[in-house]
Design a protein around this ligand. Structure first.
Ligand code: DQA
Length: 145
């Protein structure tokens, strides 16, 4: 297997930069993509970075990662709180998945405190803004070596 990892992003993350900057900061998803690719290179990973607003597409990409990648870092956005389909996909693919969030979901509205996905992920990182992404890559390096 090549040293490819997938970094998957769910709904509304394409709006980063203009979306609630007080919560999510001023970086765009393209900025985050660039730092993931650069950080991944240092760790010896080829980063495949994607975003979709569609739940089923995330499921398809998780399945694809299960065939092609060493591991996945996923910011599932709001689908993390609701999606049994993502829970099942993460469970089914047999490679390590790290869940991440820019914001500290436990310090926000109560409906963000629970996720459907965390329990089937290897671990969860939240609350560090864009650094949550590079920390998730570090975590993947840790669990895939
Ligand atoms: C988020 C947190 C979720 O609760 C929210 O629905 C998002 C972004 C984050 O990165 O902090 O879309 O996943």
């Amino acid at each position: 297997m090549s040293k490819s990892i997938y970094v998957l992003n769910g709904p509304n993350l394409n709006l980063l930069g203009k979306r609630e900057p007080g919560i999510y900061g001023g970086q765009t998803l393209d900025d985050i993509k660039a730092s993931c690719i650069a950080h991944g290179e240092k760790l010896g990973f080829t980063v495949d970075f994607r975003q979709t607003n569609h739940e089923g597409v995330l499921v398809d990409w998780l399945h694809e990662a299960g065939e092609k990648a060493l591991g996945v870092a996923i910011n599932p956005g709001a689908y993390g709180h609701t999606s049994i389909a993502l829970h099942d996909a993460i469970r089914g693919i047999g490679i390590p998945v790290i869940e991440l969030h820019l914001s500290n979901i436990h310090a926000r509205e109560e409906f963000r405190h629970k996720t459907m996905t965390s329990a089937v992920c290897k671990g969860v990182i939240c609350g560090f803004g864009p650094v949550s992404y590079t920390l998730a890559l570090d975590a993947l390096a840790h669990v895939t070596r």
